[in-house]
Design a protein around this ligand. Structure first.
Ligand SMILES: Cc1cc2nc3c(=O)[nH]c(=O)nc-3n(C[C@H](O)[C@H](O)[C@H](O)COP(=O)(O)O)c2cc1C
Length: 399
């Protein structure tokens, strides 16, 4: 039997070993998280995040991006993913959809994660709280989310104060592009005026502006997609954009729903292609439909459904709108993208840029690098040298 002094020496050695191993593990863990290690996120980080309720997890992720505690891409973007839209350069066509950085808190951190562009918002003119909590629900079995946030917004002034530093910067190139998505206040008496105010406020700082008339959680909003209302809205808002005293005026986009009839789509196409007032479409927002395939108990929550169950509906809407607008308007394709293959489907249907949201919630930041890698491989495999060559090819095959 060892003497008491030998025993205490052994104990000390064991403690030292435990500290070295424990410290090494923690250090490796931090390194793996920071370097965007996919396995670390799949097996450790995301399961822990899912223990939090969906809104808390969302707020936590925004704060991490705000303080730039985010993984950075380890490889540069493949050359074939570089693209130019509206005279703006994108180092890759994968963007972050509206609704993640609603208040413009974390644009730089999110661009550093490897997105080609980030869309802030939706922002409403006046600060408003949105709907009562809980208002975000994971549909784990379906890889979907239902949200009824209802445009919780810090309001134009506060969001603008966070973004105004971009006024003095060149907004293209290495730092990536930033769009601002405009909404309306729930109790607004003059909804058109809310969008006009948005154009005036953010025209100087945004690389593009989005008129969002497709969120399902603001009463009356989707009716603005109807022909007469849309015509009036686009007329007034585009005049305001044209009045901006800027050499590079921001392109004006309209974000539409996936729940549209053929007639609705024809009407929208007629309005947005008239007189060069609109520069692009974002397709699509969340759906109010509930596919029969849904498994999760949360499927009966009220709100907009996103993620995998939305994928095909969004792609069909992109396909239809590309055809109806004769490929003349750039389309940002969004809805259920979680792989390079999904992104490529949207591009072939007519999107020149794409966005993700729900996949980021489920897979974490490594999904960005994976989508870029897989998309680059698919583009090269089909013999294209640039993503631009693949835009809308589904339509060319048929004609
Ligand atoms: C929690 C949540 C909040 C959202 N908030 C907004 C919003 O404020 N404005 C908007 O235009 N779209 C919003 N969206 C819709 C997304 O921008 C996107 O169009 C939709 O989620 C489909 O993409 P996904 O399937 O990749 O999530 C939100 C989506 C989610 C999941």
């Amino acid at each position: 039997m060892a003497s008491p002094s030998a025993q205490s020496k052994n104990m000390k050695k064991l403690m030292e070993m435990a500290i070295v191993i424990g410290g090494g593990t923690v250090f490796y863990g931090i390194y793996a998280v920071y370097s965007g290690n996919e396995k670390m996120y799949t097996n450790v980080v995301m399961p822990v995040v899912k223990l939090l309720d969906a809104e808390t997890a969302h707020n936590f992720a925004v704060k991490a991006a705000k303080y730039k505690l985010v993984p950075r891409p380890r490889v540069p973007d493949p050359a074939c993913l570089q693209t130019r839209v509206w005279d703006r350069e994108f180092s890759n066509p994968i963007g972050l959809a509206a609704g993640f950085d609603k208040h413009g808190e974390a644009v730089d951190g999110l661009l550093k994660m490897g997105f080609g562009f980030v869309e802030v918002g939706s922002v409403t003119p006046l600060k408003q709280p949105g709907n009562e909590k809980p208002r975000v629900f994971r549909l784990l079995e379906d890889e979907g989310i239902i949200n009824r946030y209802g445009f919780n917004s810090d309001g134009h002034d506060t969001v603008y104060s966070r973004l105004k530093f971009r006024e003095s910067e060149p907004r293209v190139g290495a730092k990536g592009c930033m769009g601002v998505n405009l909404g309306k206040n729930k109790l607004s008496a003059y909804p058109v005026d809310d969008y006009v105010q948005g154009v005036k406020k953010f025209g100087k700082v945004a690389d593009y502006l989005v008129v969002n008339i497709s969120s399902p959680n603001t009463p009356g909003l989707r009716e603005m997609q109807g022909r007469e209302q849309l015509e009036n809205l686009i007329h007034v808002v585009s005049l305001e954009r044209n009045k901006l005293r800027l050499t590079r005026k921001p392109p004006l986009l309209v974000k539409i729903a996936p729940d549209l009839s053929d007639k609705d789509k024809e009407d929208i196409a007629a309005v947005v292609t008239k007189d060069n007032r609109v520069d692009g479409l974002v397709i699509s927002n969340t759906t109010v439909s509930r596919p029969h395939s849904l498994q999760s108990l949360n499927k009966s929550e009220v709100g907009g459904l996103s993620g995998s169950p939305l994928k095909d509906l969004a792609t069909t809407t992109i396909h239809d709108m590309y055809r109806l607008t004769e490929g003349k308007l750039p389309i940002i394709g969004v809805g259920g993208i979680s792989s390079g293959k999904d992104a490529y489907e949207k591009i072939k249907a007519g999107a020149c840029l794409v966005q993700i949201y729900t996949a980021l919630i489920y897979q974490g930041p490594p999904v960005i690098a994976r989508i870029k890698r897989e998309l680059g491989e698919l583009i090269r495999k089909d013999g294209y040298t640039s993503v631009e060559e693949a835009v809308g090819v589904d339509h060319k095959k048929k004609s």
